[in-house]
Structures are given as C-alpha cells and as structure tokens.
Design a protein around this ligand. Structure first.
Ligand code: FDA
Ligand code: NAD
Length: 470
C-alpha cells in the first residue's frame, strides 16, 4: 500500500495531527495512520484516572481525541468520512527511511512520501533489570488501553485486595489513588527521599505524602522491589524489598519510567537526549520525515536548549505544528509550481548563507504572498496531574531556588498552595494545587514572562497574588 502521508503511531499526537491534516484539506486516500493499538487515537491520560474509577468510569468512545483539549471527538467514522486510512492492530517492525518503506509484523509493506513519527514511549520494565519474579501474573504496567483493560479485570477479580505500587512518579501517584478509590489496601514504594522527585520539591511532596497517608496509602520510601513471590498459578503474592521487608500483594502496578520508542530508526536518523532530533518545525535530519510527541527532541526556544517532553500538551501542539509546516510547503509547491531541481538549487544557495529553507519560505515568500506565516515552536512546558480530589498544574522550568506559598497543610479544607522557582533573579517556574482556571492562567503567564523578584521572602508573602496581580 502507498500513501502520500503516513503517521506512524496512533496515539495522542497522531490524532491531533490527523485533525490538523483535515483542517488543511488533506484529500481522501492521501493520509494513513498505522497503529499497534486496536482503537482510534484517544486521550491517553484518561487511562490512569477515570478509566480505573469504580464510578463515573470513562470508556471509549467517550475520550477519543480531541476532547482532552475541549475539541471535537474524532470517532472512527470521522476518519472514514475524511478518507483517512486507520490501519489498526498493525505493528511496524522495520522502517527503511532511505526507500521510504515500513514493514509490519505480518509482512505488509507501506510506502510513503512524507512520514510523521509519533511512536510515543514505552514503559521501563523490572524484567529489564532482571528483578526476580518480575514476570509473574498480576504485575501490571500502564501505557496502552489493553493494559488498562487487564488491570480493570484484575481490580474486579481481586476485589478489596492488597496492591503494591512500585514507583513514586506520575504513574505511582495516580495509580495509588485509583487503587485506593477501588478500596484496595495500597502500599507505594520508591527509592527517592520524596515522591515525584523530578518535579516536586521536598515541600510540595510533603503535602502529597501526608494527604495520601490520610487516605490510607502506605508510603515506603528509600527502597526498591528486588523480587516477587508467586503462588502455584504463577500469580504474584508478595513483593520483596531491598531493605528486607516483604509486602503481601494481589496486584502490583509498576511505574518506573518510560523511554521513547526510537528503535526502528536507530542508525538512520539523528538522535539526541534519547529522542529523535528535530528543528522547531519538527523536521528530522532526514528529508520528508517529521517526529512529534514523546519521541521528539526539539529546540525549546524559551530556554535556548534542546529537550524532550513526555506530556500530552506537547504531544498535541507539536503534532499541529508539524502538520502546519507540511501544509505550508505543500501549498507553496502547488501555488508556485516550483520544480524539485529549482527547490534543490535554492536550498543549496540558502544553505551557503546559513539560511534554513523553511525559514526562507515561511517568512519570505509565503508570508508575503499569503499574508501568513508559521512561527517557530515556542513551547512553555505544562504538566498536570489529578488524583483523589486533588489537581495541580505546573508551568515553566523547575530550576533554581524555590519558594513555597499558600496553605499546604494536608488537613486543610482548601489545600490551595504552590511554589515558584527562581533563577537569576527571575521567576521561571510555577506550581499550583487546586487553582481556579484564572489562577492557573496567571501562573502560566508568570512562567512565560519570567518577572524579576527582589526578595524571596516578599514573594513567599505575596504568594498567589504575585501571579494574579501581575
Ligand atoms: P502515544 O504513546 O500517545 O502514542 C504512541 C502510539 O504509537 C501508540 O498508539 C503505540 O501503540 C503506537 N506505536 C508505537 N510503536 C509502534 C509501531 N512500531 N507500530 C505501530 N504503532 C506503534 N501527560 C500529561 O501531560 N498529563 C497526564 O495526565 C498524563 N497522563 C498519562 C497517563 C498514562 C497512563 C500515560 C501512559 C501517559 C500519560 N501522560 C500524561 C503522558 C501523555 O499521554 C503522553 O506524553 C502522550 O500520550 C504522548 O503522545 P504520543 O502520541 O507521542 O505517544
Ligand atoms: P516517572 O518518571 O514519572 O516516575 C518514575 C519513578 O520510578 C521515579 O520517580 C522513581 O520513584 C521510580 N523508580 C525508578 N526506579 C525504581 C525502582 N527500581 N523501584 C521503584 N521505583 C523506581 O515515570 P512513570 O510514573 O512511570 O510514568 C511513565 C510515563 O507516563 C512518563 O512519560 C510520564 O510522563 C507519563 N505519565 C504522565 C502523567 C501525567 O503527566 N500526569 C501521568 C501518568 C503517566
């Protein structure tokens, strides 16, 4: 099969890219999405939240993209109407970028003219470290919907049982809460001195740890799982910790991090910081190949640094940015009928003067002809999480000194508190628990504008008003 455009991967970025392709007028038959998963693109964050709840449960088709950002829900019929081929339950096992060919596990061949790599991340497994018994039944990881379905079945089968959650990051915190809501006796184990260490300060973490403890979650810090006991059916029965403790378990959920799925392209494409290196328009080192979402290592203009981001907001926005760029080049070609040889000569000429071809086209030719341009991706990092009745948002960069503000007592009825990160005398990051939409907007603005601060004490006293009155 041959397509003009192929999106490899059928997750969040793929769904948002498809919507943008449709907005830009992709023709029927031109675009295909190839996905290992059996369902159309959906909002992955739901899997660790309402998908697991005993009440108010989320199920497909309720959370297909793009509902997560308040947009239209793209049901499978939408793709049919637009003439977009959804090639599901199809794992690509070989990619040859030189011949523009993808080969599936059953040997089918897919040719493309332009490829968007949107393969996302996969989980790090305890079996990767040779942890004894880590392949036992009822040890779960959570990335895709079929894994969430297996977990839901186990939650029903082991009703009111004991669960051990290994990992103290996003999955650890969200799954401990979901299992507790399902009335499991939950222990959460992680090696660091406090939970979510890659974002939380000790002060922020102290609130969540106490809050979780009050909800009945047993938090065990500073140690790791080194083995699992099993019964005659091969089901997990206990978790052995490095410090010698043994925890009974009917279910274990592991969230010890993810890694971007770049293996198909190893040696064929430039990589950096574990991901596929792109420019600000998500073009990779290979012509006609783009990378978006979790797999892309892109220039983060705000910090003048290249980074990879494993969060849904960036997956959505990077996908839209990549397709907009594609559309611009396509329209440029069709509007001006530039032959390939002329394009190549122009590119060589511009490169000699260190001018990027796209930048030239976007800001010079197309902008002036159409009165339109596409700016470089200028991403403000945005992460969030929800668990129990808590909900936090973070914007910016978590570097430098920190100031905790507000009411962070775990027993407080409002628990509205937050933190600022200050670097070189400027506020560069802001975190807020239980903010209103306006307050969240205000902290986002602070992180983007990076206002100067003279005194950290004064900032702590002003707290949230520093953001809301800016
Ligand atoms: P994504 O993982 O969504 O999609 C990748 C797709 O590619 C999958 O369909 C996969 O099957 C497919 N694929 C991979 N290799 C393939 C191959 N060889 N052949 C065919 N198909 C292939 N973020 C956030 O900001 N807030 C949140 O609350 C959450 N919550 C959350 C919960 C859970 C359970 C997870 C796992 C993740 C989150 N995230 C999150 C992170 C967020 O979901 C993530 O950053 C985006 O889904 C990334 O979007 P991508 O499209 O890049 O990958
Ligand atoms: P993570 O990086 O957030 O957390 C990994 C945690 O694993 C570490 O904090 C550490 O506590 C723990 N750990 C590491 N080695 C360990 C070991 N040997 N034993 C016990 N604990 C160990 O990764 P995650 O929570 O697994 O999440 C996976 C992916 O899913 C990430 O890309 C994340 O961004 C995404 N996700 C995001 C959200 C969100 O943004 N709200 C929610 C769920 C998942």
């Amino acid at each position: 099969m041959a397509f003009k455009y192929v999106i490899l991967g059928g997750g969040v970025a793929a769904g948002y890219a498809a919507r943008e392709f449709a907005n830009q007028g992709v023709k029927p038959g031109e675009l295909a999405i190839i996905s290992k998963e059996a369902v159309a693109p959906y909002e992955r964050p739901a899997l660790s939240k309402a998908y697991l709840f005993p009440e108010g449960t989320a199920r497909l088709p309720g959370f297909h993209v793009c509902v997560g950002s308040g947009g239209e829900r793209l049901l499978p019929e939408w793709y049919t109407e637009k003439g977009i081929s959804l090639i599901l339950s199809t794992e690509i096992v070989k990619a040859d970028l030189a011949s523009k060919t993808l080969i599936s596990a059953v040997g089918d061949t897919y040719k493309y003219q332009t490829l968007i790599i949107a393969t996302g991340s996969t989980v790090i497994r305890l079996t990767d470290f040779g942890v004894q018994g880590a392949d036992a039944k009822n040890i779960f990881y959570l990335r895709e919907i079929d894994e969430a379905d297996k977990l839901v079945e186990a939650i029903k089968a082991k009703k009111n049982g004991k669960a051990v959650v290994v990992g103290g990051g996003y999955i650890g915190l969200e799954l401990s809460a979901a299992l507790r809501i399902n009335n499991f006796d939950v222990s959460m184990v992680f090696p660091e001195p406090w939970c979510m260490p890659r974002l939380f300060t000790a002060g922020i973490a102290a609130f969540y740890e106490s809050y979780y403890a009050n909800k009945g979650v047993n938090i065990i810090k500073g140690t790791v799982a080194v083995g699992f006991g099993t019964n005659g059916n091969g089901e997990v029965t206990d978790v052995k910790l490095k410090d010698g403790r043994v925890l009974e378990a009917d279910i274990v959920v592991v969230g010890v991090g993810g890694k971007p799925l770049t293996t198909l392209f190893k040696g064929q494409i430039e990589e950096e910081k574990g991901g596929i290196k792109t420019d600000s328009f998500f073009k990779t080192s290979i012509p006609d190949v783009y990378a978006v979402g979790d797999v892309a290592t892109f220039p983060m203009k705000l910090y003048d640094e290249i980074r990879r981001v494993e969060h849904v907001d960036h997956a959505r926005k990077s996908a839209e940015q990549a397709v907009k760029v594609w559309d611009l080049i396509k329209r440029l070609n069709s509007n001006f009928y530039v032959p390939n040889s002329v394009m190549m000569l122009t590119e060589m000429f511009l490169k000699a003067f260190c001018i990027d071809l796209d930048t030239y086209f976007q800001f010079a030719i197309f902008a002036s002809e159409q009165g339109k341009s596409i700016s470089e991706y200028d991403y403000l990092p945005y992460f969030y999480s929800r668990a129990f009745d808590l909900s936090w948002q973070f914007y910016g960069d978590n570097v430098g000194e920190t100031v905790l503000f507000g009411d962070s007592k775990p027993t407080s009825p409002t628990h509205k508190f937050g933190s600022y990160w200050i670097k070189d005398g400027k506020v560069v990051g802001a975190f807020l628990e239980s903010g209103t939409p306006e307050e969240n907007k205000a902290i986002a603005k602070v992180a983007r504008v990076q206002p100067p601060v003279e005194s950290l004490d004064q900032l702590a006293t002003e707290g949230l008003t520093f953001a809301t009155e800016m």
